[in-house]
Design a protein around this ligand. Sequence first.
Ligand code: G4P
Ligand code: NA
Ligand code: NA
Length: 194
Amino acid sequence: MRLLKEKIVSEGKVLSENVLKVDTFLNHQIDPLLMQAIGEEFANRYKDAGITKILTIESSGIAPSMFAGINLGVPVIFARKRKSLTLSGNLYSSKVHSFTKGETNDISVSKDFIGSEDIVLIIDDFLANGQAVLGLLDIVEQANAKTSGVGIVIEKGFQTGGSMVREKGIRVESLAIIKSLADGKVEFVEESPS
Ligand code: G4P
Ligand code: NA
Ligand code: NA
């Protein structure tokens, strides 16, 4: 997605060979017009997939998911990382290990919101080692629902998550795939223009 790649190049900060900071439009300040375009792009790619629910994880997955939800006309559910006052019992939960942060968190979703009739699109901001997506896939499985695919804003193609999820036979649509962050520069995997 050209608009997104241009934004990454102009505003992204390469913090190390492994980490890209995009706090000006995705992870802290949010660019609503860019999110709208991202949501339209996800919706366009999955418009014939029969999606009934979008599942993401708080917090940075919510903004792109909302715009995809508007365009697909389906509800957006975000998995919670912390226990909430009103969310108790009746939960699907899964463990998500972050290699980046060196910690494991429980994520949870109320059983009220995903059922066996659902066809789910999983959306997240970054795909790195794939642990968050695996946790969300696990929750969809627990619900006996179907995952139609995964939509990712920025995939770090040099980390293992993308191939791990695709090897399971799951469709992954990433709007920008980074080949390398070496020498402080962002290099993308080339793809057909869209
Ligand atoms: P994984 O799920 O793919 O295995 O990812 P990992 O544990 O490595 O990532 C942990 C957190 O760091 C996630 O956000 C993920 O989106 C984010 N992340 C991973 N790599 C990068 C990167 O290069 N740049 C940025 N900006 N973020 C990255 P989170 O903790 O769930 O936070 P949030 O959703 O509340 O923002
Ligand atoms: Na995230
Ligand atoms: Na994030």
